[in-house]
Design a protein around this ligand. Structure first.
Ligand SMILES: *Cc1c(COP(=O)(O)O)cnc(C)c1O
Length: 420
């Protein structure tokens, strides 16, 4: 359908949207709130409420320690196998455990120790800070003088992939990258970059935090070694929900992570005094799983599997294209520039719009004077307003109203009362 700025266009797109019914499966309490921050914290799925109530009342309240024998003990692996379906991996290659930062740390140390003769790590300057801090911290801990080479971005939006390829050499132990950049939404060609890393003899670790659940992934087909990802963004697992990690099957016995907790042991309940590592993905776990948070994640994953990531991506592409189309017409004349790649195949599911007054505009959007709609996106320094689109619950009409509201805030200088 040909894009237009008319409200009718948005209504028609919503009317024909096969994912539209999923919106009702989320808790939406404020009709005046347009939530474009599902890439930071996804909305609450309705089925999560009874699942949590059951976990607390029946599980914790009634079953007590017996709950582990009700199948709860398998939950990290069961959830891992569901995420495996979303990322193109085998069920025994993924486990839900710890946080993204901790999983990164475990896998970075494991990877560096698997290539002891190589002392270089490669990443990029658009990466999320925690990812870079963890690389530095891991090399500090190992004390072997690992060097972190960061590939630069010329435009603060994209990373030139040939520069990245050039950085991978015979000294490189590990290439560690985020698939979709948190600020600009730039998306790597994961298959291509993985091939280059392997040609250089390096291992590769992908952070899927900003792509899992909204971009179809084929980790096995692309021969990816290692991956981590977050579940509270597009997976809607709730604030601080546990993360996941993926280790390709043939690497599971070769790599060793540094936190030798009892759940990484071959037989945790044998209570042996000497650590003998599990021979499968469990080796990359540490301690007891945060079960209430795990129970919150399960219905959210089921919802996404029911919708299908391919459908989600198809709608996401249409919606980011639509948002950019409207921004070109309504916001660029007001001093905005696009802070995301223009090509849809190079973009995740959020769109960044840059403006010198981005911070105050963001504040004005979040705290409007009624009856104006409240728009929650987020500000990312220095000048980005980041608008995340979660196709399971965001409508085309919301996108249109949000861009119209941004236009009004800037045109009428409504941001001028906001402090910096
Ligand atoms: C959200 C995100 C994280 C989050 O890490 P936590 O350990 O959950 O705080 C890490 N890396 C990237 C790229 C992210 O987008």
């Amino acid at each position: 359908m040909k894009l237009t700025t008319d409200a009718d266009f948005a209504y028609q797109m919503d009317a024909g949207d096969v994912l539209a019914p999923f919106r009702e499966r989320f808790v939406i309490t404020d009709p005046n709130l347009i939530y474009l921050d599902g890439n930071s914290l996804g909305r609450l799925p309705r089925p999560t409420i009874p699942a949590m109530a059951d976990a607390i009342e029946r599980g914790w309240g009634d079953r007590l320690i017996r709950l582990w024998n009700d199948g709860w003990i398998d939950t990290p692996r069961v959830l891992g196998s569901k995420i495996a379906q979303l990322i193109g991996a085998q069920p025994d290659e993924v486990v839900v455990t710890d946080s993204t930062s901790i999983n990164l740390f475990k896998l970075v140390v494991a990877a560096l120790r698997a290539r002891p003769e190589r002392l270089k790590m490669v990443s990029d300057r658009l990466n999320f800070p925690t990812d870079l801090y963890v690389l530095e911290g891991a090399s500090d801990l190992l004390g072997r003088g690992h060097r972190l080479e960061l590939v630069d971005s010329q435009d603060s939006i994209t990373i030139p992939e040939h520069d990245l390829q050039a950085a991978m050499d015979e000294q490189t132990a590990l290439v560690s990258l985020t698939h979709v950049a948190y600020r600009s939404a730039f998306m790597y060609d994961m298959a291509q970059v993985t091939t280059w890393a392997h040609q250089a003899g390096a291992l590769i670790l992908w952070d899927l935090s900003h792509s899992v659940g909204v971009v179809p992934l084929a980790l096995n087909d692309w021969d990816v070694d290692l991956a981590v990802g977050c579940t509270y963004k597009y997976l809607n697992g709730g604030p601080g929900s546990p993360a996941f990690l993926y280790v390709r099957r043939d690497l599971q016995r070769e790599l060793m992570q540094p936190i030798w907790g009892w759940f990484a042991a071959r037989e945790p309940f044998a209570f042996e005094l000497e650590f003998e590592p599990a021979q499968d993905i469990d080796r990359f776990r540490a301690g007891t799983a945060p079960m209430l948070s795990m129970k919150a994640l399960e219905p959210a994953l089921d919802l996404l599997l029911e919708a299908g990531v391919d459908q989600v991506r198809a709608k996401s592409e249409q919606q980011t294209e639509y948002l950019i189309y409207l921004a070109d017409r309504w916001l660029v004349p007001l001093g905005f520039t696009l802070g995301s790649p223009g090509e849809v195949e190079r973009r995740g599911s959020h769109v960044s719009l840059r403006h010198p007054e981005a911070q105050r505009i963001s504040e004005a959007l979040i705290e409007p004077t009624p009856p104006a709609p409240r728009i929650i996106g987020d500000f990312r320094p220095p000048d980005n307003i980041r608008l995340g689109i979660a196709p399971l619950y965001n409508s085309f009409d919301e996108i249109r109203r949000a861009v119209a509201r941004i236009r009004a805030v800037v045109e009428d200088r409504l941001y001028q009362d906001c402090s910096k």
